[in-house]
Design a protein around this ligand. Structure first.
Ligand SMILES: *[C@@H]1O[C@H](CO)[C@@H](O)[C@H](O)[C@H]1NC(C)=O
Ligand SMILES: *[C@@H]1O[C@H](CO)[C@@H](O)[C@H](O)[C@H]1NC(C)=O
Ligand SMILES: *[C@@H]1O[C@H](CO)[C@@H](O)[C@H](O)[C@H]1NC(C)=O
Ligand SMILES: *[C@@H]1O[C@H](CO)[C@@H](O)[C@H](O)[C@H]1NC(C)=O
Length: 284
């Protein structure tokens, strides 16, 4: 009996196609169609492919049945369905129209069934989040060539338009910064929606230069609040001038030299005067 059971299990595994790879992008831009591909294979001598079905959630959106005419059928093509499909005995690719509900998760399932006698079925599911991800790293502006200790620096970090808009977090020497400048309630300010309904984010900080290392490490992280979150970041360095008050020292130095010279000249004049007075006296 146990031998029969094991044998039966072996037959099920060996006669089914298997899904070798399911291509579903993690994020999908609703302005474009998402391209999904299901790759599958079976062992030589196994029964032929019966059908490939694609589901969005629990709704079937596409079916490929190589033994039927027409071999492909599309369901629900208007409400976020399939615009076209191209399938063969090894893969089945579909283009899906996405809804405009940002930050929603859609699950896509590829189901492959093998011809009888068993009609074994294998399936795999992956999720796609509707979002326009940041195509570039955020940009840090306002970084001076060098800074002085104690100097105040105003920095701004901005992102390109995206949706949902990114939240921005600054890190100074590895620690998150809480002292926002020009922001309220710790919210990242966002721009108005552009023609594609996307928004860019920005966050400015005012920072007093204080370090014993000669530099400060800055990092701006832009995080799109999705599941999973999409993060892009940029680093920058504030380089502290080697002699912090060199320019001030030079300015002070030159004026004191002038003062010294004046004193010297005055002293000279007085001495000459005294000397001439003395000479005059000695002449008498
Ligand atoms: C899929 O089938 C191929 C061919 O039979 C096999 O080499 C491979 O290990 C199988 N993969 C999985 C994940 O079952
Ligand atoms: C089409 O979509 C609706 C809701 O989105 C669902 O109730 C229906 O079952 C779908 N039809 C097919 C054939 O999958
Ligand atoms: C930061 O940059 C944004 C986008 O350019 C701008 O709207 C904002 O006023 C800037 N903030 C500061 C404090 O400079
Ligand atoms: C950027 O800074 C972070 C810490 O602030 C560090 O972990 C990371 O390696 C840096 N990345 C680059 C490219 O320098």
């Amino acid at each position: 009996m146990p031998v029969l059971l094991v044998f039966g299990l072996f037959v099920v595994i060996a006669t089914a196609h298997n899904i070798t790879f399911l291509e579903v992008p993690m994020y999908g831009d609703p302005h474009q169609e998402a391209n999904l591909v299901c790759h599958y294979m079976n062992d030589q001598g196994d029964p032929a492919l019966h059908s490939v079905k694609w589901y969005r959630g629990s709704n079937e959106i596409f079916r490929f049945t190589p033994g039927q005419q027409p071999p492909t059928r599309t369901f629900n093509s208007t409400a976020g369905g399939v615009s076209r499909g191209s399938c063969n005995l090894n893969s089945c690719a579909i283009s899906v129209i996405l809804p405009r509900n940002y930050n929603t998760k859609l699950s896509f399932t590829c189901e492959v069934s093998t011809e009888g006698p068993r009609f074994a079925v294998v399936k795999q599911t992956k999720e796609l989040t509707v979002a326009v991800t940041l195509k570039e790293d955020p940009v840090i502006s306002g970084v001076p060539g060098t800074v002085q200790l104690g100097e105040d620096v105003l920095l701004n970090c901005t992102t390109k338009p995206a949706m949902p808009p990114a939240n921005i977090v600054w890190y100074i020497d590895g620690r998150p910064d809480r002292t926002d400048f020009g922001t309220r309630n710790n919210n990242t300010p966002v721009s108005n929606a552009n023609d594609f309904n996307l928004r860019s984010s920005w966050r400015a900080i005012r920072l007093r230069v204080a370090t014993s290392r000669g530099f400060m490490a800055l990092r701006c992280e832009a995080i799109q609040p999705m599941q999973p979150p999409y993060i892009r970041a940029t680093n920058a360095t504030l380089v502290v001038a080697r002699s912090p008050h060199l320019s001030m020292f030079t300015a002070a130095g030159s004026s004191s030299t002038m003062l010294e010279a004046t004193v010297l000249i005055l002293t000279l004049c007085i001495s000459v005067h005294i000397f001439s007075k003395y000479s005059a006296l000695s002449e008498v």
